[in-house]
Write a protein that binds this ligand. Structure first.
Ligand code: G3P
Ligand code: CA
Length: 235
């Protein structure tokens, strides 16, 4: 079976990452799921941002956890990428978009962060108010563990970067190896979540190994490569 295509930070090659425009394009391109990173603002809102600061992805600068949502809203998160000006995207808005389209949302909590476990507690509370198919993810084993205790019904992914242990804790429903780990372990990959595969050979590798969820910055091209049925050793 072909992997499900998950738009990593939206269609983030073509649009500025984590903006509404990036997610709307991903949906138009037929992505099966949407991925986002979340961080807590000073006043307790979950916003979709990858970095600790807004310096790389906006016209401004500052630490996300030290800014209120209103302060973040004064900055433009689109123009740095050459796109239209864009407001910071709240998780609330992204949940609304995912609900409207019936699309699965993969939400990654970042750690270590100033607010620690409050991130997972806030996320769990927010999900209670929405009917969205969600998967929770983190590189932090502690974050995945405490979220599973709060919301046992929500599937979880434990992400792996440097090492990919043979066994995973019971509270992690899926392993989430980077595609570099898939290359390193020729006998593994069945049923996992893999990030971030954009190159044709990596996409072919994911399909060949039986990866279940494939995170990509380029949903339309990735769908095309999957349809082409390439093998990993083809250029
Ligand atoms: O989908 C998981 C992947 O996004 C983890 O890496 O740094 O892009 O959040 P990062
Ligand atoms: Ca991420």
């Amino acid at each position: 079976m072909s992997p499900e295509v998950v738009a990593h930070r939206g269609a983030s090659t073509r649009r500025p990452e984590h903006t509404l425009a990036a997610y709307e394009l991903a949906l138009r391109q037929g992505a099966d799921g949407l991925e986002c990173d979340v961080r807590l603002t000073k006043d307790g809102h979950l916003v979709c941002l990858h970095d600790r600061t807004i310096d790389r992805t906006s016209g401004g600068s500052g630490v996300v956890s030290a800014m209120t949502l209103d302060e973040l809203r004064r900055h433009d998160f689109g123009s740095w990428h050459g796109g239209e000006p864009a407001e910071v995207l709240t998780l609330e808005a992204l949940l609304g978009l995912a609900a409207d389209h019936g699309t699965r949302l993969f939400i990654e909590t970042k750690h270590p962060v100033r607010y620690g476990s409050l991130v997972e507690r806030t996320l769990a509370g927010q999900l209670d108010r929405h009917r969205v198919d969600v998967v929770m993810m983190s590189f932090s084993v502690f974050a995945v563990h405490r979220f599973k205790k709060l919301k046992p019904e929500v599937p979880t992914v434990l992400l792996y970067d440097r090492l990919w242990p043979k066994t995973r804790p019971r509270f992690a429903d899926y392993a989430g190896p980077g595609v570099h780990l898939l290359r390193r372990h020729p006998d593994r990959g069945q049923g996992v979540y893999t990030w971030t595969a954009d190159a044709p050979a990596d996409i072919a590798l994911c399909r060949e190994r039986g990866v279940r969820f494939l995170a990509t910055n380029n949903p339309d091209e990735t769908r095309g490569h999957l349809a082409d049925n390439l093998t990993p050793d083809q250029p």
